[in-house]
Design a protein around this ligand. Sequence first.
Ligand code: ATP
Length: 252
Amino acid sequence: MLLETRNVSTFYGQIQALDNVHLQVGEGEIVAIIGANGAGKTTLLNTICGVHPPREGQVIFCGQDITRLPAERIVRLGISHVPERRQVFGTMSTLDNLILGAYHRYGREKKEDIEADMEYVFQLFPILKERQKQMAGTLSGGEQQMLAIGRGLMARPKLLLLDEPSLGLAPLLVREIFRVMAELREHGTTILLVEQNARAALRIADRAYVLETGEVALEGTAEELLADERVQSAYLGKGYRAEEQQTGDASS
Ligand code: ATP
């Protein structure tokens, strides 16, 4: 297993946001976490990447206990977190945002390796190359999301944590972001994906977990969850079956 959370419980003061969460992510997988607002999805990612450690339980990455490590150490070990609402540095250029994503690699790794990763990001998102001198705050929402993912990739992660990458984007851009996720998996990057767009998430994921009020309510292969009646009625909307049959495509 690349990542495992064991009996993880996370609190905000007295408020319990995660309750005894067990989760596993294997190398090369895309694993989705779906659930309603406030279910604890963002908290789970923050718990894994060291931003908000759990009160109880353990986070194991590559066989190492990372539960109490500072977030910066966790990045160095190979976990990149792309937070919700694409928090790019608005007054810096697109290029500088990408360079910042690799800040801990300069001086430790060959410059050519970092430059090759930059080229890889530009190949995934050609628009970022065109916009490299532009201030990040003036990019469109979709471009900022691409930049946020690109910046995460510049750390050369083994595991990419993506929090709601499709939030607020037009359907065409949502498709683009999901296409890139599939390409990243082909390239060997493992992804843990938080999504409200459960349909799109389950279409791309290998496995998924359903979080309800901080607990894992269901887990299984994406195929199993797509076929699950509770998932269909709670997260996919009533028209799901009909739409699938009509178009054979429920990715947008
Ligand atoms: P959303 O999709 O709305 O982001 P989520 O599934 O990511 O929801 P979380 O943001 O992880 O859910 O929130 C889980 C629970 O923890 C919610 O009940 C929320 O109100 C609470 N919570 C989150 N952040 C804080 C905080 N800083 N202080 C207190 N409670 C918080």
